[in-house]
Ligand binder design. Structure first.
Ligand SMILES: *Cc1c(COP(=O)(O)O)cnc(C)c1O
Length: 432
């Protein structure tokens, strides 16, 4: 490849600085704690897809609840500055804005895989003629385990061999690394009559591919299937419109792009049209019970309308406090602006990686910005974890996924164009 003058300027550190200078979201970086390396320098952090960074406000928000607990004991449920009884409601509307939901469609509760199970209790109801589940081959292992164990749980399929016929795994074409939308739709058209549930990741954690959730939901519904998404890698990353896209249900965690801390509370989406489907089977607990009569402690379960009706237990307030701190930042920045910056940041990363022009590396994430979030997955030929280790030793946080992929996820809230410039410089050096 020959570089022309423009290429030379666009691959310079000055150009990265220029992009940062024009970035309206740049001030948001100051709202986060950036980890330091052993030499005391800020780590160039690209692992917000695993654990997002800590908002500086999180500590005060958590301390508020610790103080109220110390001061008030059980009275905190009603008299804390932010009362614990309705505490999960404080995050409902901001969370709904992040994923394009109505407030009645979302609630923060439990952990992600637990929520997938709870949602499958309601939304995976296999019948003799319609019992299959469509997932992507190479789904996040927890999702794979959850789905297979749900299939086994339904008694009529209590033999392992059944998993093979009940589970349809979508596989890319020979020689390709990601799925084509047309192939997903074609599989739904072909198999749909026997499919009870389609459950895909909104963004695949490994390849970084974003699925066309609207088209998939439409195709699934045409065939009478329920359509759900695991949005762990999509929430806070893509500008989701779960309501408009007519998705039946979704769940995601809050510790990745949503920056709510390790073990952060998960959230679910249940489309408004199921808000009053009280006949759906569900695993019940008191927090899903009608609020007006919850404390009468009556024997009969009366579920709340909407996503709240899927709650079971009273939620962890300290974790929710961190989530509150984080979602406030999302509200100030706004998902449309974040997504706009994210496309530029990742496009810039792609541009620079392409110019490293090294035979050993290739980007497996789709080239079309509409088919990816912020993450690029870089395949390294002759799987060389040493390369990854050397990158890490240079103060860069990226991650390694077996057998041969480095994931780089620039988060628009706290990553800069200079960060992107730096990771590619280090990558180029380490490849030499
Ligand atoms: C991160 C992630 C999980 C993690 O599940 P937990 O229940 O939160 O431990 C599950 N599924 C997907 C797709 C993920 O990306």
């Amino acid at each position: 490849m020959t570089l022309n003058e423009t290429d030379l300027f666009e691959t310079s550190a000055e150009f990265a600085a220029l992009l940062d200078a024009g970035d309206a979201l740049r001030p948001f970086r100051k709202r986060f704690h950036i980890p330091l390396d052993e030499a005391g320098r800020e780590v160039v952090y690209f692992t917000g897809n695993s654990l997002g960074l800590q908002p500086k406000t999180a500590r005060a928000y958590i301390e508020q609840e610790l103080d109220d607990w110390a001061r008030l004991g059980v009275e905190g449920h009603l008299h804390a500055k932010h009362p614990w009884l309705p505490y999960h409601e404080f995050v409902t509307e901001p969370m709904a804005r992040v994923v394009g939901a109505l407030p009645i469609e979302t609630v923060a509760m439990n952990s992600l895989t637990v929520n997938l199970h709870l949602l499958m209790v309601s939304f995976y109801r296999p019948m003799p003629e319609r019992y299959k589940i469509i997932i992507e081959k190479g789904a996040f292992p927890s999702d794979q385990y959850a789905v297979e164990s749900q299939i086994l749980f339904h008694k009529m399929y209590n033999k392992l061999s059944f998993v093979e016929t009940a589970l349809i795994e979508l596989t890319p074409r020979e020689g390709e690394t990601t799925l084509r939308t047309e192939d997903i739709i074609e599989a739904i058209d072909r198999e749909g009559d026997s499919v009870a549930l389609i459950l895909l990741g909104g963004v695949n954690y490994y390849t970084g591919q974003a699925f066309d959730m609207q088209a998939i939901a439409e195709a699934g519904h045409r065939k009478g299937c329920v359509v759900g998404f695991d949005c762990a890698h999509a929430a806070g990353n893509l500008a989701l419109k779960l309501h408009d896209w007519n998705v039946d249900f979704a769940a995601w965690c809050s510790y990745k792009y949503l920056n709510a801390g390790p073990g952060g509370v998960s959230a679910i989406f249940v489309h408004e049209r199921h808000a009053r489907s009280f006949d759906l089977p569900r695993f019940a607990g008191w927090w899903g019970h009608d609020k007006d009569t919850r404390f009468m402690m009556g024997p009969e379960f009366r579920p709340l309308a909407g996503a709240e009706g899927w709650q079971i237990s009273n939620p962890p307030i300290l974790q929710l406090a961190a989530l509150r701190a984080s979602l406030e930042i999302f509200d100030i920045a706004g998902m449309p602006s974040l997504r706009e910056k994210s496309e530029k940041l990742t496009g810039y990363l792609e541009f620079l990686i392409d110019r490293v022009d090294h035979q050993r590396i290739s980007v497996i994430t789709p080239r079309d910005p509409a088919q990816r979030g912020c993450q690029l997955s870089i395949r390294v030929q002759n799987a060389d974890k040493d390369l990854f280790d050397r990158i890490t030793q240079n103060g860069i946080a990226v991650d390694w996924r077996e057998p041969d992929v480095i994931r780089v996820a620039p988060a628009p809230l706290y990553n800069s164009f200079a960060d992107v410039y730096r990771v590619v410089e280090i990558l180029r050096d380490c490849l030499r």
